[in-house]
Ligand binder design. Structure first.
Ligand code: PHE
Length: 447
């Protein structure tokens, strides 16, 4: 344990964990999924999932990580050696690498858009030009590959130096700056003519739109956004001291993460409707509307560039935590050096990221996969970002309840006199609500 890094303080851990949670999931993924799934209805189900499923699973992951002080595979091994339970950890590790692969493509877009915005591309362009710029951008193979490689390189160079060093301090500055910029954008967006129609879409649920897909995407998004179901919180929990109160930390992370997502919606939807743009455009949504706003705001060039830098940095604190999952596994279990593990897994993510980066029109096959009728990036996002994180969360709930046992988890959660008033409710949630609900939503997709 002594050789494992440790977070330096209570606030330090919350910021690092929030740094993992807050990222493209909040600002890119949440709005596009909400737009695609009927707006307010999705938002409602999403918030319910965060409370009913996300928080209990987060506590399970944090307590398992801290109790064992181990990585995503080692934690299961430590509790049930000689069994196959640690395969949950392998699933976590594979999911993390796959999510990192397509996540870094979108992160690369934020870098590209930083340069474009700063270069004045969006100065006084109308919405049609903005959409055209985006289509051309994602269809440029060389540029897409370059941006992907740059982002993975950035992530690897930080992770190869060790985790807690600098991450907490960095998040301490980045998180408030991101918050401030989002609030400013929200105020602007809400004052646009026609904003009320966007607000109605975002806040007034239309229950006739309800279907199985809305549930899966809202549930998957809750896990994805809170960095659950792939061992990220487990790994970060293993760097956490016994003095920290897990319940308070988990609650803070969920509140920060959800507020950022909700804020993003208050920017995107009023702006979209004021421009008469469709909310269901898919993964390109944010990149199609934000530049339109930056083209209108006074000082929009600098402001927009600053926004994309902050978004890239928020993505970076998430990719760092993603890469940390396989890296801490390889260090602990396979005795690799941190450097070697980081380069190896970064390389794997780069390789698997190639099809995603070429799926915006550069390579026909990847841009519309024959059997699935969607592009490779969307497929990867669905398989790993929705289904696999849900399965991973289900498995961790089952493991904690039936193998590790809830009394051990509770002992860890209330270690050193930390109270847990809602212990009974947590047991109910992790024992019955989480497994049943996740199972029902997953199974309903296949029938
Ligand atoms: N939660 C991050 C986001 O919303 C993505 C992520 C998932 C990071 C899982 C780490 C682990 O952007």
């Amino acid at each position: 344990m002594a050789s494992r890094g440790k977070w330096s303080s209570h606030v330090g851990f919350i910021l690092a964990a929030a740094g993992s949670a807050v990222g493209l999931g909040n600002i890119w993924r949440f709005p596009y999924l909400a737009g695609k799934n009927g707006g307010a209805l999705f938002v409602l189900i999403y918030i319910a999932c965060v409370i009913v499923l996300g928080l209990p699973v987060m506590l399970a992951e944090l307590s398992l990580g801290r109790a064992t002080g181990k990585n995503a595979v080692g934690a299961f091994r430590a509790i049930r050696p000689g069994t196959k339970w640690h395969w949950i950890g392998y699933l976590n590790v594979v999911t993390a690498v796959m999510v990192l692969s397509f996540y870094s493509v979108i992160a690369g877009w934020t870098l590209g858009y930083f340069v474009k915005t700063l270069g004045g591309t969006f100065k006084s362009t109308g919405k049609d030009d903005v959409v055209a710029v985006f289509s051309r951008f994602i269809a440029s193979p060389g540029l897409q590959l370059l941006l992907l490689a740059i982002f993975i390189f950035l992530t690897v160079s930080i992770v190869s130096k060790g985790v807690s060093a600098g991450l907490e301090k960095f998040s301490k500055v980045m998180m408030p700056a991101l918050f401030a910029i989002l609030i400013l954008l929200m105020v602007y967006s809400l004052t646009l003519p026609g904003a009320e129609r966007g607000l109605a879409f975002y806040l007034k649920p239309d229950f006739s739109e309800i279907n199985g897909r809305v549930f899966l995407e809202a549930m998957g998004q809750a896990f994805f956004s809170l960095s659950l179901g792939m061992g990220a919180m487990l790994t970060y929990g293993s760097y956490l001291s016994k003095k920290e109160k897990l319940v308070a930390s988990a609650a803070w992370v969920a509140v920060i993460d959800t507020s950022v997502a909700l804020l993003a919606g208050f920017i995107i939807f009023p702006a979209l409707f004021s421009q008469n743009m469709a909310p269901d455009q898919g993964p390109g949504l944010v990149f199609a509307i934000l530049p339109v706003i930056f083209g209108k705001i006074p000082g929009g060039t600098l402001f927009g560039a600053f926004f994309f830098v902050m978004l890239a940095l928020a993505a970076l604190t998430s990719t760092i935590s993603l890469l940390e999952i396989p890296v801490s596994f390889l260090i602990d279990e396979k005795k690799l050096t941190r450097r070697r593990a980081a380069w190896l897994m970064g390389g794997a993510a780069l390789l698997f990221g190639i099809p995603s980066s070429l799926s915006g029109g550069s390579v026909k096959f990847f841009s519309r996969l024959p059997a699935f009728h969607i592009d490779f990036l969307s497929l990867w996002d669905k398989v790993w970002g929705n289904i696999s994180v849900s399965v991973g969360s289900l498995l961790i709930a089952l493991f904690v309840v039936h193998v590790w046992k809830t009394d051990k988890a509770l002992a860890e959660i209330s270690a050193e006199g930390a109270g847990f008033r809602l212990a009974r409710i947590w047991i109910l949630a992790i024992k019955y609500v989480c497994p049943l609900l996740i199972l029902v939503v997953l199974v309903s997709q296949f029938i």
